[in-house]
Design a protein around this ligand. Structure first.
Ligand SMILES: Cc1ncc(COP(=O)(O)O)c(C=O)c1O
Length: 398
């Protein structure tokens, strides 16, 4: 018998879970299966609960001190999982990755500065710089790869461009970038004076035997000109702890940024964040490995289900198999063409797809266009859940 029970259905209503609490506001109804926001329906590793129980039971919750084991635990994890040798002096605690991106945007750029994102991409990459009065430029992916020629010419035409936010592995597609592409990206951004923020939150969720390559490890130019953000949050299902870290090999970037974080106490973890992270990285690997094997089977299950969903000889929804992460990018363009009764899709047609999934299939997914206009005709499904939550029917489309 498996040591971990990923089939267990846990009732998360009334547990402060945004995935459930926001159903009505987002989808207009609550009687649907939520497969949207990126946390998993699995109970987090027992070792984390057990460790934090000691603290909770102490009944005294004074000011927290960062445990001396935290940075070595992060460095050891990066070495063991990614072959990336990191010095502890390069590391700082960060209270969540989106917040980290906000802090970096505020520290390294000014209002009116330009920031590049490679869309379709995790929406806060666009919303955070925009919300801080920065100009966001899009370098859309081409055939599910970074369009590095376009990036180079855009940085020349639009320069100076202060920052590029890299999603590696990529959300929503679950793509891993090749070493060659990362080296070329580092070279282009270095040449144009564009700082790379590498968000590697999904890097510990590689599937099918894939390996992640840490951006900063690919070349000296990458190490010199980047800030990497990582976290145990997705991998061990502890995003509620707001526990993340940054790695900056270049002291010219690290020193002023880390001094500023410290001056504002942004780099002080809570006990949940620090002890949760240490325990995840030192004791959580068996749970993570078992969860990934379960998720692979979920993805195969979904592939079979969608393969059988056809009309007029056409497969209507084609899941893009993620190389890393439990998020599945669904290419629903043929379904949308059928729903809209035309080939030429327009942004306003996306509502038909959303309506189909919410009101016919009764599942709450992320709509593709929230990741950028390139997401037209796509939906994102969270497969980090018991398989029974994926056993929805796909009603026929005329
Ligand atoms: C690429 C990416 N970065 C960051 C986050 C969120 O990180 P945090 O909760 O630490 O802000 C997510 C969550 O889905 C994500 O997909």
């Amino acid at each position: 018998m498996d040591r971990f029970n990923f089939d267990e259905i846990i009732d998360r209503r009334n547990t402060y879970s945004v995935k459930y609490q926001a159903l009505k506001a987002l989808f207009g109804r609550e009687d649907i299966t939520p497969l949207w926001v990126a946390d998993m329906e699995f109970r987090s590793p027992e070792c984390i609960r057990a460790k934090l129980e000691e603290y909770v039971n102490s009944g005294i919750y004074g000011y927290d001190a960062e445990p001396p084991q935290m940075k070595p635990a992060i460095a050891q994890w990066l070495l063991q999982e990614h072959g990336w040798k990191v010095d502890c002096s390069w590391i700082s605690f960060i209270p969540g990755i989106v917040r980290g991106i906000g802090l970096a945007v505020n520290f390294f750029t000014k209002p009116g500065d330009k920031v590049v994102v490679q869309s379709p991409v995790y929406h806060p990459f666009t919303n955070v710089p925009k919300g801080n009065g920065r100009i966001v430029l899009r370098n859309p992916l081409k055939d599910r790869k970074m369009d590095l020629d376009h990036l180079d010419s855009m940085l020349t035409a639009e320069g100076p461009v202060k920052m590029l936010i890299l999603c590696s592995p990529h959300n929503p597609g679950g793509y891993l970038w090749s070493r060659e592409d990362l080296i070329q990206l580092a070279e282009i951004c270095h040449r144009h004076g564009t700082l790379v923020i590498a968000d590697e939150i999904h890097s510990d969720l590689c599937l099918w035997g894939n390996r992640n390559i840490s951006f900063a490890s690919v070349s000296e130019k990458a190490a010199e000109n980047s800030i990497t953000f990582g976290a145990p949050s997705k991998t061990f299902n502890i995003p509620g702890f707001a526990s993340s870290f940054s790695v900056i090999p270049n002291p010219k970037l690290a020193k002023p940024f880390y001094e500023w974080l410290e001056a504002n106490e942004f780099s002080s973890p809570s006990v949940f964040a620090s002890v949760g992270m240490i325990t995840a990285f030192t004791e959580g690997k068996p749970w993570r490995d078992a969860a990934l094997r379960y998720i692979e089977k979920n993805i195969l299950y979904l592939e079979d289900k969608f393969a059988a969903f056809r009309a007029g000889g056409v497969q209507l929804v084609k899941p893009v198999r993620p190389q890393s992460s439990y998020l599945v990018w669904l290419d629903c363009r043929d379904l949308l063409r059928r729903l809209a009764g035309k080939d030429d899709l327009k942004p306003e047609d996306q509502a038909l797809l959303e309506d189909y999934f919410v009101n016919k299939v009764k599942v709450g997914l992320n709509t593709g266009v929230m990741f950028g206009p390139e997401g037209l005709g796509y939906m994102r499904l969270n497969a980090g859940c018991p398989r029974s939550m994926l056993e929805f029917d796909l009603p026929e489309v005329k």
